[in-house]
Ligand binder design. Structure first.
Ligand code: GDP
Ligand code: IMO
Ligand code: MG
Length: 420
């Protein structure tokens, strides 16, 4: 009943496009983790939509779009996103937001900035206040959506501002005025009031009615706070566990768990990246794939596809199917390399580790494939793909042991092969 879409690498694998497709058959789509650090792009009839908070399933009329309890929500950004959808004649009457989601406050955004400024080893965060907001959640001083409507709201803000200002003052940063924040956030609360609900109960009502639910993963496995390349990660669990805790849907309800990847790889922000091509090849991939951040517009680091990391992703998420995007893009190269193992001080294996020292002592072992796939955007069956593309995709499947269910052949909504 409940299908899940998860990023398998460092984000930006094209989850939005796969979700958009799958939500055509879903009654409900739900975001479970992260916040507006995410940027999910969907190209519909020549129009480009970039979703940061609202589940991209909202584009399908009739599909309920829910922001789950595990999300951190910047209300200002959310309202802008809702207004933008309205301006594009997208129906938002099916939008809901969890009363338990955490609220990103202005001091979270400023704290993200401050922490990045003073960090010796920068993470390269999106500076959207994600980390500091999750910190407060875990610290139990966070403000939830339902608190915006509670009589305790004002004192919660005052208490938080007081303690945060001590830090801002100490570092010579601008301090915050709690009364201004209270006024601003009460206005947001008023705007959002009609969308706030107990989404856990709502999702379980859908489950009882046997309605199809689609969980929209944000970020990705290697950015997971527990399972990713810590400390170069985001502050939530974008892996399968976060999907359950961030929505209130138990594991027994889950069906397909799709892992999304690109036929190459990319990363924004700092951290180890063993197949990175910090050279002409990487530059070529970046230009061919338009690899610039949806959220921060930063150029993405680009490189070859890493099957050792992909196998790890399959394992920790229990993936049942893969969606391989940008097969058209990689097919524009003459030669393609695929990392099939790591060489760790002479020991060649498929063991992935998030330990930076281990990775620093590994070098990628590549197999080379022929490119030049030609224009594949109109192909609708896997068997009709050019031989070179088939060989490349078959090898991915063979080495990770999870079937490919979707093949991305272009950026548009329709440019996709659904494997029977
Ligand atoms: P997400 O964060 O995982 O949803 O991915 P992003 O939207 O940040 O980045 C993926 C980019 O790749 C977007 O610009 C998509 O329009 C584009 N894209 C997705 N699938 C394909 C594909 O199969 N081919 C091409 N050429 N572009 C794709
Ligand atoms: P989608 O959902 C790519 C990265 C940031 C940084 C690290 C921590 O579009 O795939 P944060 O602001 O979360 O504290 O930053 O995580 N990051 C992403 N990279 N795609 C994303 O989301 C990301 N969300 C966070 O670049 O390296
Ligand atoms: Mg993205």
């Amino acid at each position: 009943m409940v299908d899940v879409v998860i990023g398998t690498f460092f984000g930006d694998e094209g989850k939005g496009k796969i979700i958009d497709f799958l939500s055509q058959n879903a009654k409900v789509s739900v975001r479970c983790t992260g916040g507006n650090n995410a940027g999910h792009t969907i190209n519909v009839n020549g129009k480009k939509f970039a979703f940061h908070l609202i589940p991209s399933g909202i584009l399908n009329k009739g599909t309920k779009a829910i922001i789950g309890n595990g999300v951190v929500v910047n209300p200002k950004v959310l309202i802008e996103e809702l207004e933008n959808l309205k301006a594009n004649n997208i129906d938002i009457s099916n939008f809901y937001i969890s009363d338990k989601a955490q609220v990103i406050m202005p001091y979270h955004v400023a704290m993200d900035e401050l922490q990045e400024d003073i960090r010796e080893n920068k993470i390269g965060t999106t500076k959207r206040g994600i980390g500091p907001s999750y910190c407060d959640k875990i610290d139990r001083s966070g403000i939830r959506i339902e608190d915006l409507y509670s009589k305790n709201f004002e004192s919660l803000v005052r208490e938080n501002v007081k303690s945060k200002n001590v830090i801002f003052k100490n570092y010579g940063y601008k301090t915050f005025n709690s009364e201004e924040i209270i006024k601003e956030y009460k206005e947001y609360a008023e705007y959002l009031k009609s969308y706030v609900t107990d989404t856990v109960s709502m999702l379980h009502e859908s489950i009882e009615k046997k309605e199809k639910i689609l969980c929209e993963g944000a970020q990705a496995t290697l950015l997971d706070i527990d399972l990713g390349s810590y400390p170069y990660v985001t502050s939530s669990n974008p892996t399968i566990g976060g999907i359950c805790s961030g929505s209130g849907i138990g594991a027994k309800y889950l069906g397909e768990v799709y892992g999304v990847l690109k036929a190459y790889s990319s990363r924004v922000g700092e951290g180890p990246y063993i197949t990175e091509q910090n050279n002409e090849i990487g530059d070529t991939i970046r230009e061919l794939g338009h690899e610039y951040g949806t959220t921060t517009k930063r150029p993405r680091r680009c490189g070859w596809l890493d099957l050792v990391a992909l196998k790890y992703s399959c394992m920790v998420n229990g993936l049942t199917g893969l969606a391989v995007n940008h097969v058209d893009t990689i097919g524009k190269l003459d030669k393609i390399k695929l990392c099939v193992a790591y060489n760790h001080n002479g020991d060649i294996n498929m063991k992935y580790s998030t330990n930076a020292e281990y990775i620093a002592n590994c070098s990628p072992v590549y197999e080379e494939f022929e490119g030049n796939f030609g224009d594949i955007s109109k192909i609708k069956r896997r068997e009709d793909l050019p031989e070179n593309a088939k060989k490349y995709l078959n090898r991915i499947e063979e080495l990770v042991g999870v079937p490919i269910k979707f093949i991305g052949t272009g950026a548009d909504r329709e440019d996709m092969i659904v494997v029977e």
